[in-house]
Design a protein around this ligand. Sequence first.
Ligand code: ZN
Length: 486
Amino acid sequence: MKNTFTTLFLGLAFHISLGQGKPEWAATFDQINKEVTKNSKAYQTLGDASKKIGHRLTGSENGKKAEQYAFDLLKSYGFDDVRFQPFTAESWSRGTLEVLIGEENNNMLPFKAVTLAHSPVSSQVEAEIVDMGNGVEADYLSNPGKAKDMIVLAFLGVLPGSPEGTKSLHRSEKTALAIKYGAKGIILINAAPGGILLTGTASVTGKLIPIPAVCIGREDGLELKQALEEHPEFASIKMTNTSGMITARNVIASIKGSKYPEEKVVVGGHLDSWDLATGAIDNGIGSFAVIDIARTIKKLKLQPERTLEFVLFMGEEEGLLGSKAYVEQAIADGSIDQVKYMLNYDMTNDPKGFSSSMEGSKALFSYIGSQVQKIDASFKNGFRFGVGLHSDHQPFMLQGIPTGGGSDGHLEQSVLNCYHADCDTFDLVDKAGMTNTVRYSSMLAFALADAPEIPVRRQTDAEVKEMLIRNNLEEPLRISGDWRWK
Ligand SMILES: [Zn+2]
């Protein structure tokens, strides 16, 4: 009895010191390191897809080409089981836009602008412009009645010189406020410099909004603000868009687990992009990294204990349509119970640490990271614990599944300025950074699937609810219609 207890105790201590890891991962990581350093195809294939396809908007012809491209690429890497997971959802796409602005409403000139997603299918408004500053509630409260029947001009982000502590809102929330205060339309000034135009949704719920919403460049916008201080300005916004049911396809491939084939670790990233550029950063770098993680593990014939499932999601930009469809189908067929972890790569570049939605993952992730560090000292092995929304991990997290990925990555400010914008093109991609994403993430994905035990389990419904409330996520989830508790 005593003997057994001692053995048990020593075994336990041994496990804790390794974070439930395996010393033999060191050799596997070495193989991964060599393979990715020498043969990574992530950068090259993203460049090729950007040139051949262009943008990857969900539901469009380009979107279909991107799905097929990912499918064929995975096939060429030896995945015989690649499959499409089709889904239908309501989606939006831009049509025509004409914005005119001028001092007199009978003499207005064309103004460079783009439509924000979920603007009406058809809209034609003309009104005087009113400057609503940052477009947050305080701006409307200090100018009572001013926005009614006007076209609101507001800044995305916080204007230089705003009162200290001014908090910005998401573009969709600024649009919701303009609607609430009776505006006929909204013109949002991009915060990023250089005439960059930004798109993305202007709707808090993902449903169509009742007024037209457009984005204009920062310099043009600030000039317009200046002019408004001197005299009235008028705007005419005329647009057409398409909204309706679309079909799109997630692309899925897997490596069967050796010991627990019924348990899986999902490694995903969204393949779709907005349509103003080619979505190289959002999310070419993440999705093509995921495809190359799959390539690497396949090429090395590595077989972890659990199944690794690689998923390229579509529809993320229109409201996580693909990952929601994946989770819904998994609930319907019962396979949701098989998903033990989900790693998500969205705009991840050169992560120097790992992240998780569950603190209990720390010992294992830190052990894996310490093995990565032995190969590459520039990997800092930080552990970031956090619970957030707005990417494809969300539907998994809402089912209580542990989620994670890379942390402490790096993107230049000039690159971040092109987020959702007409300059998100392949020249922004950092080849070395993307290769690092593949190297470190292949190691994490393999080891997590190969761990003797995954130290965190799926949360109960009550635990999920409590976690969301604790992280102040009830309100945003209620606004988007994703709160499923009372
Ligand atoms: Zn994204």
